[in-house]
Write a protein that binds this ligand. Structure first.
Ligand code: SAM
Length: 173
């Protein structure tokens, strides 16, 4: 969504590509899909990813090459679902939002599901003003939002991904 609540395709933030890929590789995520129907954005993302995975960049920085190797670029959500559904297990789609939803599943319960259900999990994160209703409706679960405890709640998507993935997959003491 944009500021006015219209459904839009937003620009991809370069920092998100690197930071989320590194996070994903560190926490053992199989893929990090970047979804945009915009041809110029896809070209830009591909150029950045391939610089580090195929060309000179990867020789200079093999850690970055490894992280960016989990990135896949897709036109739309359906293509992501198709890509995962071609694999062996049932798919569970989980959406994320900054707004508190009554029906949201807690981090604790989601962690238990991941540990016990033999499924692939696809976590969807938005950009700009968040995910549209159309996308939210496709989810099997909406995840509890992160609350910082104050009256300001405007995390960047890469910060939100880091906090959420750590809560769901990180070591617990
Ligand atoms: N107002 C938007 C919303 O309600 O989701 C915030 C958009 S934020 C710039 C981009 C994305 O980061 C969101 O679509 C969501 O995936 C994630 N995100 C941001 N803040 C979050 C929070 N407090 N809890 C859970 N996810 C959050």
């Amino acid at each position: 969504l944009n500021k006015k609540g219209d459904v839009v395709a937003s620009a991809v933030t370069n920092l998100d590509i690197h930071d989320i890929a590194r996070l994903g590789r560190t926490y053992g995520l199989k893929h990090y899909y970047i979804v945009t129907p915009l041809e110029d954005q896809k070209k830009l993302v591909l150029k950045i990813v391939e610089h580090w995975t195929k060309y000179k960049g990867g020789e200079v920085n093999p850690d970055r090459k490894e992280a960016l190797s989990i990135v896949k670029i897709k036109d739309q959500l359906d293509d992501v679902v198709k890509d995962i559904s071609a694999e062996d297990k049932e798919l569970c789609i989980v959406t994320t939002t900054a707004s508190a939803e009554n029906s949201a599943v807690s981090f604790y319960d989601m962690r238990k599901k991941i540990d016990t259900d033999n499924k692939h999990y696809l976590f969807l994160f938005g950009t700009a003003w968040g995910l549209s209703d159309e996308v939210l409706k496709r989810s099997d679960y909406v995840l509890e939002s992160i609350e910082g405890g104050g009256d300001y709640n405007h995390l960047s998507v890469r910060s939100a991904v880091s906090i959420i993935i750590d809560r769901l997959l990180g070591d617990r003491y």
